[in-house]
Design a protein around this ligand. Structure first.
Ligand code: SIN
Length: 290
């Protein structure tokens, strides 16, 4: 039997790391799982190259991290209620799914802690995913600005993409993905604008341009000014890395402290990945922990 040696190779700066020396097709032995969990807490985005997985194996890997999250507005694979297919066929010219900065399902009362994405078909060009570190973005703000925004709360909703007139609804039937727009998507949820990560205790900015509509209690102009500043700040190059995919790579990211953005640039080629989520907690305010 071959013994694999876990290796974690972090990006400069520590946000994002490649993990090799593990076989995700089988349950990870407890000490290995603990080491991978420690790497995830440290780096927030992990990718594991060369991990061919069946649906059963992807589900079993997901459940080593917690219960499944709730994935609305996109039909799952037939007979696999917890696996979404992120798919864009070679003939499509529609909006790239996830092609704007966001944190997955931040409009939910308890947004998913983790998203896991397993690559099946990767185009020869384009299709990278960008990740932005919400902890370092918070830490780079001045103490005075931090004190001003820490007590604030932000209003989130799925309406922009998934409402009856949302941007995906306009393309329904023209994409390989089964988007399920709904009036329900207009419902709003209020979350702390700065949240404490339950595992690491680090603070992170928790707003994103897709699902965050406004700052609770602010006028439209005030919200636009503050959120506009934060979105620009959070996506500065110093907090972002570009992740290139390969078939059979599994990538997982922490929605509690980072945003992501799927890029295009592969029209004429097919891109297919399978996605699961792991349930999370109700975001806890940084101000409550002070
Ligand atoms: C997503 O937002 O879940 C999709 C990310 C990607 O396709 O790279």
């Amino acid at each position: 039997m071959t013994t694999l040696a876990l290796e974690v190779k972090a990006n400069p700066g520590g946000f994002g790391a490649e993990v090799t020396g593990v076989d995700l097709s089988r349950p990870l032995p407890p000490p290995v799982l603990d080491a991978v969990k420690a790497a995830f807490a440290r780096h927030a985005v992990l990718w594991f190259p060369d991990q061919p997985l069946t649906h059963d194996q992807l589900e079993a890997f997901t459940l080593q991290w917690g219960e499944y999250g709730w994935d609305p507005y996109v039909a799952p694979l037939a007979d696999r209620p917890h696996i979404l297919e992120v798919r864009r066929d070679a003939s499509e010219t529609t909006t790239v799914f996830g092609g704007f900065w966001h944190s997955d399902w931040s409009f939910q009362a308890t947004p998913p802690a983790i998203t896991i994405l397993h690559a099946k078909v990767i185009p020869p060009v384009g299709g990278d995913t960008l990740y932005a570190d919400g902890c370092r973005a918070w830490e780079a703000l001045s103490p005075a600005f931090q004190a001003m925004i820490a007590p604030l709360r932000a209003v989130h909703s799925a309406g922009r993409p998934y409402g009856s007139a949302g941007f995906y609804a306009k393309e329904a039937g023209r994409t390989g993905m089964k988007i399920l727009p709904s009036a329900e998507a207009e419902k709003t949820y209020v979350h702390p604008l700065v949240r404490i990560h339950p595992a690491t205790g680090r603070k992170a900015l928790f707003v994103n341009p897709v699902y965050t509509l406004s700052v609770d209690g602010f006028s439209e102009a005030e919200s636009a000014a503050l959120l506009g500043f934060l979105f620009k700040h959070m996506t500065e190059d110093r907090f972002v890395f570009r992740h290139a995919w390969a078939a059979n790579m599994l990538t997982m990211w922490d929605n509690r402290c980072c945003m992501h953005n799927a890029t295009g640039g592969y029209d004429g080629h097919t891109r297919i990945l399978h996605r699961t989520t792991v349930a999370g907690d109700a975001p806890r305010a940084a101000a409550d922990a002070a």
